[in-house]
Design a protein around this ligand. Structure first.
Ligand SMILES: [Zn+2]
Ligand SMILES: [Zn+2]
Ligand SMILES: [Zn+2]
Length: 271
């Protein structure tokens, strides 16, 4: 190739050797999205990066679950819309604090304080001054973000408006948009379009205390039908009971019968 940076198209004749120059620079590198974490792989990652200590791994995960930053899908920990939004804002306004090496250094400094090898006031003021400054900026600049309103097909029985989904401390619920005139709220029943095999009620998706998804009946507590595996609109060839979809750790789906007494049942009962 010539040294000269000519923009003219080089004259190519038969036999001209062509070379690829710096293909690397020209090709955009797409990073694979990281595979989702499970509790075990997240703890491993925290350990490897020096964040958290054995006594704090579990509270860290419980906290981000309780605040709805992540949700569990089987064993997978998936970021929620709120989690992604929060992360973007933290990344923008508190970059130096949510930085991984910074957090690891902070942890070892806290250890050093615990072992009386570092001065508490000095360490904390080194942290607090830049933090207070960043907080002040964030407080002024971050707009109040309204989460999008999701209107449901549930009619408010008090005023006839269509109810909307709201997020509260204990997760999602239905609220009347007529607030404050109408203060009606009720639990969000996430129907999956399948009828309860025991009473014909609606099967609803619910979450356990550990935020794991399970399925129960809308007639609870009168009907106690519950299952971890998702009921589907397909019926057992042996006994005609409703089938459940089991997803294994590799994401492979298999159907089994919801009738415990049936030979096609491999029911893992909740509780
Ligand atoms: Zn209402
Ligand atoms: Zn039922
Ligand atoms: Zn069956």
């Amino acid at each position: 190739m010539s040294e000269e940076k000519s923009k003219k198209v080089p004259l190519l004749t038969k036999g001209t050797a062509l070379s690829l120059v710096k293909v690397d620079e020209a090709v955009q590198h797409f990073t694979e999205p990281p595979a989702y974490f499970t509790e075990a792989t997240l703890v491993k990652e925290l350990e490897d990066r020096g964040i958290g200590r054995p006594s704090t791994y579990s509270p860290i995960i419980q906290t981000i679950l309780a605040r709805d930053y992540i949700a569990k899908e089987g064993k997978k920990l998936m970021p929620t819309e709120l989690g992604i939004l929060t992360m973007d804002l933290l990344d923008q306004y508190f970059k130096q604090i949510i930085d991984v090496p910074f957090s690891a250094k902070m942890e070892s400094e806290l250890d050093a304080i615990g072992e009386h090898k570092a001065d508490k006031t000095k360490v904390l003021s080194e942290f607090y001054k830049p933090f207070a400054a960043a907080l002040e900026v964030a407080d002024k600049e971050i707009p109040v973000v309204e989460m999008p309103v999701i209107v449901t097909d549930v009619k408010c029985e008090k005023c006839g408006r269509m109810m909307v989904i709201k997020e509260g401390r204990h997760g999602k619920f239905l609220a009347c948009p007529g607030f404050p005139e109408c203060r009606n709220t009720k639990p969000l029943l996430n129907k999956i379009g399948v009828k309860c095999p025991q009473c014909g009620g609606d099967i609803i998706e619910r979450r356990s205390k550990t935020r794991r998804v399970f399925y129960g009946c809308s007639n609870y507590p009168n009907c106690k039908f519950t299952t971890w595996d998702k009921p589907v609109n397909s019926f057992c060839p042996k006994c005609n009971s409703i089938m459940l979809e089991h997803v294994d750790r590799n994401g492979k789906k298999t159907l089994h019968c919801s009738n415990e007494k049936c030979e096609l049942s491999s029911l893992k009962k909740k509780k």
